[in-house]
Design a protein around this ligand. Structure first.
Ligand SMILES: Nc1ncnc2c1ncn2[C@@H]1O[C@H](COP(=O)(O)OP(=O)(O)OP(=O)(O)O)[C@@H](O)[C@H]1O
Ligand SMILES: [Mg+2]
Length: 229
């Protein structure tokens, strides 16, 4: 489903080049739920943004299905992202002046789908995340956990093959974190959507089928990691 090959990335600032990711290489199978674990500054968000096609790496390949998203031109990539890639942000990123249902429908706005179909699908997803009674409210009228459930529904609406989430429970209390993680894991099982979820908490990563660990921009060996734990 996802294959990252010899991926390296640096940022540039006034002082020069800052290497952030070094020769990263791994694969994630369709339907897997993988954690991307590492401490602050280890490069998790950078790697996630590269895999989601938000920016281009300095070198390397990123295959989603058969397609290398690094080699795609911007127009093609934008279209590919809309259809195949979902993203969940730590801070939800809902549009404040749209209702919950309108927020969930938004990714379908550019697609040839009738308004009634769009609405039907949004309501179904909102039901799956337990928000049937909130669909006509605005984001500010919801708790953090509820807003994150809206953003999960929104990420799923185009039926993407893979969803990337950057610390989706980072702003939430422990109990709400558990709720969100169990919703993600249920959706992963029911819909077979592949998930890559960034976290800096080992306890969160332990709940995923697979753990990919970054340390200072280097991929840790999964085998070794298991013997250490
Ligand atoms: N736009 C940028 N320009 C320059 N340096 C950057 C930029 N974005 C990230 N970095 C640097 O890259 C490194 C990795 O950052 P990244 O955000 O990927 O870490 P992270 O693992 O997601 O950390 P956190 O857990 O704190 O979110 C850090 O040293 C950071 O300062
Ligand atoms: Mg980050």
């Amino acid at each position: 489903m996802l294959r990252v090959e010899q991926l390296s990335h640096s940022f540039r600032n006034a002082q020069g080049r800052i290497p952030v990711l070094h020769n990263i290489q791994f694969e994630i199978a369709k339907g897997e739920m993988a954690a991307l674990l590492g401490s602050s500054g280890s490069g998790k968000s950078t790697l996630l943004h590269l895999m989601a096609g938000f920016m281009k790496p300095e070198s390397g390949n990123i295959y989603i299905g058969e397609q290398d998203i690094v080699r795609m031109n911007e127009n093609r990539l934008a279209e590919f992202r809309r259809k195949h890639i979902g993203f969940i942000f730590q801070s939800y990123e809902l549009i404040p002046n749209l209702t919950i249902r309108e927020n969930v429908e938004l990714p379908l706005a550019f697609q040839r789908i009738s308004a009634s179909q769009r609405k039907k699908r949004a309501l179904l997803l909102l039901e799956q995340v337990g928000l049937t009674d909130k669909t006509e409210l605005f984001p500010s009228q919801l708790s953090g956990g509820q807003q994150q459930r809206v953003s999960i529904a929104r990420s799923l609406i185009p039926e993407p093959s893979i969803i990337f989430a950057d610390e989706p429970t980072g702003n939430l209390d422990t109990q709400t974190e558990e709720e969100i993680l169990s919703i993600l894991s249920r959706l992963n099982k029911e819909l077979h959507t592949t998930f890559v979820i960034v976290t800096h908490e080992a306890e969160v990563a332990d709940q995923m089928g697979r753990i990919i660990t970054l340390k200072d921009g280097y991929l840790m060996d999964e085998q070794k990691l298991q013997t250490v734990r």
